[in-house]
Design a binder for this molecule. Structure first.
Ligand SMILES: [Zn+2]
Length: 461
């Protein structure tokens, strides 16, 4: 069996059109001609997304004694973004082509042409853009405006508030703002973490690569608070491994992941270490997750700007201190793109027969079990199938399908990654057994109806 796993744009295009055709990801506002690289998750896509969130929450919150979760607001007191440095410093350098009027990120243009990463250095970016060597990717000319900084936060207004209100550019802000509320209300003992899943908004100069870079996106973030005197290197490594393990639980092969440590000179002054975990997307390597040691920068700044003490009293050592923090962040939309690209397989079954199958890990599959009556015009088969369906549906996401021949129904389920299909035929009426067909092996076996619950309990953990 050949698998069409090309790391190229052809595969990316296939995934984009597949995602639309099979109800995973739709272009946003499509009936109005689309809107600014936005996307909707369709019926199967939103199931997939929910499954990824649930897996993350189970792994990092429910199954750990050192973690709690919160769900904070998208709009927060604007002072908070002044404290974190976002109001003044959360910028990307943009530049416009004077010939064709297209807008680009200046640092990306310069890096593509020279290999030099000048992110954050406006003077050097302008110097590089002036020498005529950097051509417009759209029109080929080299006639640039000055590069200038664009703050990436979306602004809005709120009744009763005079100043600009921002849509949060990351979920972390609410975690720091609620640090005191959490330590006051919960019996958390350091080291402990606060987790949050939610939307964040960045007014990116260029969005693109499908759901990879979005202006409205979702993050799964953790602030993990540690004693400043703790040897943190081991914990840091532990978190990196957990992040990689999570990517692998989405289907990413180990060799499609790599670490990129930020060089010392690129680190923020407060960060001791920052590592990106990159994934080999169909369009090439891209940042998937990140882990940063942020010292006590955030709590110290929020204490200073809010006038509220943000420290921690350690009853074990009898010391009061401002904790340091490790910050593992996970992009949810990028996780979905990993799940889609890792799962997508085309299998050549011979004689021109290509099977498209999404080999999702079972925990991620939007539909777990499909139930088919062999024939839709035989009421005794349909009734029996409905009866089994209604029992399984109580525990699993199931789909009932009586349309077309069983072979075609299998293929439809393969395409959306359903791990098991169950067929009710005439023998079922005699022997109280059904045919269960496995998505990956395509093997079929007869299972007693009374054993189905136990069978799936074992298979669909
Ligand atoms: Zn141009």
């Amino acid at each position: 069996m050949a698998s069409a796993k090309q790391n190229n744009n052809e595969l990316m295009e296939k995934i984009v059109s597949f995602s639309k055709r099979r109800g995973f990801v739709f272009p946003g506002s499509e009936i109005y001609g689309g809107f600014a690289n936005s996307y909707s998750y369709g019926p199967y896509g939103s199931e997939l997304k929910t499954n990824i969130k649930n897996l993350w929450w189970k792994n990092f919150v429910r199954s750990r004694e050192d973690m709690v979760g919160i769900d904070g607001p998208i709009m927060l007191n604007p002072r908070l973004w002044a404290a974190s440095g976002h109001t003044s410093g959360f910028n990307d350098a943009m530049v416009d082509c004077k010939e064709c009027k297209k807008r680009f990120r200046a640092d990306h243009l310069v890096e593509a042409a020279t290999g030099k990463d000048l992110e954050g250095d406006l003077a050097k970016l302008n110097e590089a853009l002036k020498d005529g060597k950097i051509k417009c990717p759209n029109c080929g000319k080299s006639n640039w405006t000055d590069a200038r900084n664009l703050n990436l936060m979306f602004k809005t207004q709120m009744n009763g508030i005079d100043e600009d209100v921002y849509l949060r550019p990351e979920t972390a802000g609410a975690i720091f703002a609620d640090f005191k509320a959490v330590t006051d209300s919960m019996r958390v003992k350091i080291p402990f973490g606060i987790a949050q899943i939610g939307k964040a908004f960045r007014n990116e100069i260029i969005a693109g690569n499908f759901i990879f870079r979005l202006r409205e996106f979702e993050q799964m973030e953790i602030e993990y608070f540690i004693d400043p005197e703790m040897k943190w290197e081991g914990k840091f490594e532990e978190w990196l491994e957990l992040q990689e393990k999570f990517a692998m639980a989405l289907g990413a092969p180990k060799d499609s992941l790599r670490r990129h440590e930020h060089p010392k000179e690129k680190l923020s002054h407060y960060s001791r270490k920052t590592v990106d975990i990159e994934y080999l997307f169909p369009f090439g390597w891209g940042e998937l997750y990140g882990l940063a040691h942020r010292g006590d920068f955030d709590l110290t700044k929020h204490a200073e700007f809010s006038g509220t003490k943000l420290d921690y009293f350690d009853q074990v050592t009898n010391r009061r201190f401002v904790p340091h923090v490790l910050e593992p962040t996970f992009g949810l939309d990028r996780s979905i793109l990993v799940a889609l690209s890792a799962a997508y397989h085309e299998e050549d079954l011979g004689e021109g027969d290509i099977r498209t199958v999404m080999k999702f890990p079972v925990a991620l599959a939007p539909v777990k079990i499909a139930v088919f009556p062999l024939l839709k015009n035989k009421p005794q088969l349909v009734d029996k199938a409905k009866e089994i369906f209604s029992v399984l549906q109580k525990e699993y996401t199931c789909e009932f399908d009586d349309n077309g021949n069983v072979g075609k129904r299998y293929r439809r389920q393969d395409e959306i990654g359903t791990p098991y299909c169950l067929t009710i035929d005439f023998d079922t009426l005699e022997d109280e057994s059904v045919t269960v067909r496995d998505r990956d092996t395509m093997e079929q076996q007869r299972i007693k109806i009374s054993d189905l619950k136990d069978y799936f309990k074992e298979k669909l953990v």
